[in-house]
Design a protein around this ligand. Structure first.
Ligand SMILES: NC(=O)c1ccc[n+]([C@@H]2O[C@H](COP(=O)([O-])OP(=O)(O)OC[C@H]3O[C@@H](n4cnc5c(N)ncnc54)[C@H](OP(=O)(O)O)[C@@H]3O)[C@@H](O)[C@H]2O)c1
Length: 329
């Protein structure tokens, strides 16, 4: 797959290392804003990328790549993806796909009309370890509860406390724990159990309204999923899916699924192992899905992406309405 990269931030540096290790990906060009040109120059030099652009239209007209990797701040995903689709490029977009449900639907429909493929890179669900959880789920019987924790003290929180606000801590740029971490939990749960019939989110908000931490609850007919999210505290990562006949659990987070065990009536069995190559699995599968034009598989992925964004959008809108209700009083 021939790639054009959009962005020059932290995740682009990390992903370029992964792309370099995979024969299936060839990075042909990089676009960043003029203000980030110095970073762009370092990256193209380090990773031997043929061309650097600070003009987006010129970048999108380059036909040495067919697919764009969009890795900018959350509130720009929609604009960048839209331009790339209109230019006839396939798109791999960083999580969270978009800020709103309407944007997500529009991009998927637009990609369809332009005969290109678009996918949200989320790292946890297109992996063999996640597939193993799915495969063993029926063995634990009727599930009543999922309990999970995804809490990591962000180095950018130190800056936030000094008043220097990175996009990931900026509510106006769709920052916060729910967009940043909650999306992993949503993909994990929705991929197994589908759309919840109700959701709630109790958050610890910063002064500007950004959710620094929070408890996310998804309600299903006979099941509750309860997830602790935080960007301001470190806590042990885990998840546990509790069923009438056993449980599936891990001391890793729903973001990077490492070793997973299945416990049935006192018998404990390892069903997934920690493997440094896990990190490549999604990229390999996406490349296969795009090159073989596997629209069936993509449709399933996008179906879940839409539900995840719908849930976040629902929570955010509810929060806004509550704020408005308070102001109106
Ligand atoms: N960092 C991670 O570990 C990680 C992991 C998974 C997913 N992600 C996702 O990757 C995306 C980027 O995250 P990051 O950690 O790389 O962020 P970052 O280091 O803060 O980089 C931000 C990127 O967004 C662009 N940007 C910043 N302000 C902008 C503005 N006002 N207008 C337009 N573009 C702006 C910059 O583009 P220019 O280069 O053009 O200036 C830069 O590439 C996010 O959607 C995040 O959810 C990050």
């Amino acid at each position: 797959m021939k790639l054009g990269i959009m962005g020059s931030g932290d995740i682009v540096s990390s992903m370029l290392r992964l792309f370099k290790a995979l024969d299936a990906y060839q990075c042909k060009a990089l676009f960043c804003r003029k203000v980030s040109e110095h970073r762009g120059q370092e990256l193209v030099k380090k990773y031997d990328i043929a061309k650097l652009y600070t003009d987006m239209d010129a970048f999108l007209m380059n036909d040495s790549f067919d697919t764009v990797y969009v890795a900018v701040i959350n509130n720009y995903h929609y604009d960048y993806c839209k331009k790339a689709i209109i230019a006839g490029k396939n798109v791999i977009c960083e999580k969270p796909f978009t800020v709103t449900y309407e944007q997500a639907k529009e991009l998927i429909e637009l990609a369809d009309r332009h005969h290109v493929m678009i996918y949200e890179l989320c790292r946890n669900v297109l992996t063999n370890n996640y597939a193993s959880i799915k495969e063993h789920l029926a063995k634990i019987g009727k599930v009543s509860m999922i309990d999970a924790s995804l809490c990591h003290y962000s180095r950018r929180y130190d800056d936030y406390k000094k008043g220097v606000i990175a996009p990931v801590f900026d509510a106006s740029k769709a920052g916060g724990s729910l967009y940043d971490f909650g999306i992993y939990a949503l993909h994990f749960i929705i991929g197994l159990f589908g759309e919840p019939h109700d959701v709630s989110y109790e958050a610890i908000n910063g002064e500007d309204g950004v959710d620094l931490a929070g408890c996310l609850i998804l309600r299903y007919t006979d099941m509750i999923a309860n997830v602790s999210l935080s960007k301001i505290a470190n806590a042990p990562a885990y998840f546990c899916i509790q069923g009438e006949d056993g449980y599936i659990s891990s001391n890793s987070s729903v973001m990077y699924i490492k070793e997973v065990t299945l416990s049935q009536h006192g018998n404990i069995q390892t069903i997934a192992k920690d493997d440094p190559n896990n990190i490549f699995e999604e990229l390999i599968m996406v490349e296969k899905m795009f090159t073989s034009k596997d629209h069936g598989k993509l449709a399933k992925c996008l179906h879940d992406t839409l539900i995840c964004i719908k849930v976040i959008d629902q929570i955010k809108r509810r929060g806004l309405n509550e704020d408005k209700a308070n102001i109106d009083k």
